[in-house]
Design a protein around this ligand. Structure first.
Ligand code: ATP
Ligand code: MG
Length: 263
């Protein structure tokens, strides 16, 4: 496949780059350098007209919105927070899947803590957060300020959102916040810090985003890439479904009622 128009694709290092690379390979695009070892932020590919730029995950929509990149791959979390102005979001790539959740200390632990050290505002509030946390206006630490505000506003709950840039799990442990809004994959990070998932906000995966002007001006090239990526996603999904079906057909062991089985 050859691309008639010059295309710049914005990606972030780490899991998005690693998981997008095999999808790009289906479109005949291969990076000539590895961003983990190279210090370069503009990477050439085997396609003369296609280059990759390496940006912070949360900056991908901004680069694409302003046309500094024609396309990009961004987590739905980042897109929800950005708002998506100036972008089309034509394809769910099905990679970097996780959930955006509210998490906090288990209710019993906070209840005990509240008894040990009652908050001056205890008992003033209403709703589950108020009852379990003993605070009229619980504090929520997150890097997803807009998502958190929207979530609690939709539930009619008053919270104070505190912006953090990382290590969100620490905030409830040191009394900075009553809860957090963060991404959860296996739940192991929460568990390791004695936190539990409390409320589901959104299912997250990475999306292909396209600058609206590039969609029009470079239509043939953008469509060629989109079509190839769509086929790659479908193929990947089919392979996953098949291995899932095989796993379900052959359980690791079977139990037969033996001579001593009790009916
Ligand atoms: P930075 O480290 O630059 O602040 P970041 O932490 O958002 O950025 P990554 O950890 O690479 O960067 O996350 C990039 C995207 O991958 C996120 O926006 C999200 O969509 C997805 N993601 C993050 N954590 C997980 C996870 N544990 N499991 C699956 N996907 C995840
Ligand atoms: Mg991270």
């Amino acid at each position: 496949m050859a691309f008639a128009d010059p295309l710049t694709i914005a990606l972030s290092k780490g899991r998005i780059f690693k998981e997008t690379l095999p999808l790009l390979a289906h479109a005949g695009i291969a990076a000539l350098e590895d961003p983990e070892t190279s210090r370069k932020l503009i990477l050439a590919t085997n396609q003369a007209n296609v280059k990759l730029i390496i940006v912070r995950a949360s900056d991908v929509p901004t680069y694409v919105q302003y046309g500094a990149a024609d396309l990009g791959v961004a987590g739905k979390d980042v897109l929800l927070e950005h708002g998506g102005e100036g972008l089309y979001e034509p394809l769910d790539l099905g990679i970097a899947r996780c959930r955006l959740m509210v998490a906090g200390l288990p209710p019993r632990v906070t209840a005990d803590a509240a008894v040990a050290a009652p908050s001056p505002r205890a008992g003033e509030g209403r709703g589950e957060w108020d009852q379990s946390r003993g605070s009229a206006r619980p504090r929520i630490a997150t890097k997803y300020v807009k998502c958190a505000e929207r979530h609690f506003a939709a539930k009619g709950q008053q919270v104070e959102v505190i912006k953090l840039y990382g290590s969100m799990e620490l905030a409830p442990l040191v009394g900075l916040a009553d809860g957090i809004v963060d991404l959860v994959e296996s739940g192991n990070t929460l568990k390791a810090n004695g936190l539990v998932p409390l409320e589901h906000i959104a299912d997250i995966s990475s999306r292909l985003v396209v600058n609206k002007a590039a969609w029009k001006m470079k239509h043939a090239s953008v469509m060629a890439l989109l079509t190839a990526l769509r086929a790659a996603v479908r193929e990947r999904q089919a392979a996953q479904d098949q291995s899932q079906a095989i796993r379900e057909e052959s359980p690791p062991f079977r139990t037969f009622p033996g001579p001593f089985s009790i009916q």
